[in-house]
Ligand binder design. Structure first.
Ligand code: AMP
Length: 216
């Protein structure tokens, strides 16, 4: 099964994806994580990507699609993938449909997590990340148990989780990513979820949707 997590930055796509991974044994692919990895490895792609990411702009489609295809070709993706933060525009969605169709696959369910922008801004400012395992935390709703992550890594703030860049990321969401709601609605695979609730409550609804989609 292939699941796609849609929603503005801070809507909780990553947190919910982590829970789905544990229960359903699917692989989570976050293009944001792949890009951050490239940035930290200082690869040619990473250096280019960082010039967009630091401003909250979308990284060019060709660069993202190249990284995504490489990841999707790994054998662990055979059972199914949770696409987290990808696609970010209609062009990417069309390319993903094409890649999947070549393999006789498709997106089975799109989970669209909605929250008011005021809440998203607050969440993004409180968001933290482990620099070793990538686990996400939130200083308000999901704080770490101690000063370090369970894995021993340092808990850091993402460089693009600051006031000015957050504003631009939310604007980019509205202009480029939000049209995907209509795109997937037309395909009959979109499910809306109220993301302004506690993580386990949201996950309860998501599980129900996944189980239903699995039985279709
Ligand atoms: P995220 O971790 O999903 O919030 O992504 C962080 C940043 O990486 C975004 O603000 C973009 O600059 C870039 N990015 C992540 N995914 C994509 C994508 N699918 N297409 C273009 N840029 C992306």
């Amino acid at each position: 099964m292939n699941i796609l997590m849609l929603g503005a930055p801070g809507s909780g796509k990553g947190s919910q994806s982590e829970l789905i991974v544990k229960d359903y044994g699917l692989v989570q692919i976050s293009t944001g994580d792949l890009l951050r990895q490239a940035v930290s490895n200082q690869t040619k792609e990473g250096i280019l990507a960082n010039s967009y990411m630091s401003k909250g702009e979308l990284v060019p489609d060709e660069l993202v699609m190249g990284m995504l295809s490489l990841r999707m070709n790994k054998p662990d993706c055979r059972k199914g993938v949770i696409f987290d933060g990808f696609p970010r525009n209609v062009k990417q969605a069309e390319m993903l449909d094409k890649i999947l169709a070549e393999d006789g696959k498709k997106i089975d369910i799109v989970i669209n997590i909605g929250s008011p922008f005021g809440v998203l801004k607050e969440r993004l400012m409180a968001r933290r990340l482990c620099d070793k395992c990538g686990k996400g935390y939130n200083m308000i709703s999901n704080p770490p148990k101690s000063k370090t992550c369970d894995c021993g890594g340092n808990i850091i703030t993402r460089s693009d989780d600051n006031d000015e860049v957050i504003k631009n990321r939310l604007e980019v969401y509205l202009s480029s990513t939000k049209p995907l709601i209509e795109y997937y609605k037309k395909k009959g695979v979109l499910a809306d979820i109220d993301g302004n609730r506690k993580i386990p409550v949201i996950y309860g609804d998501i599980k129900e949707l996944i189980n239903k989609a699995g039985n279709r």
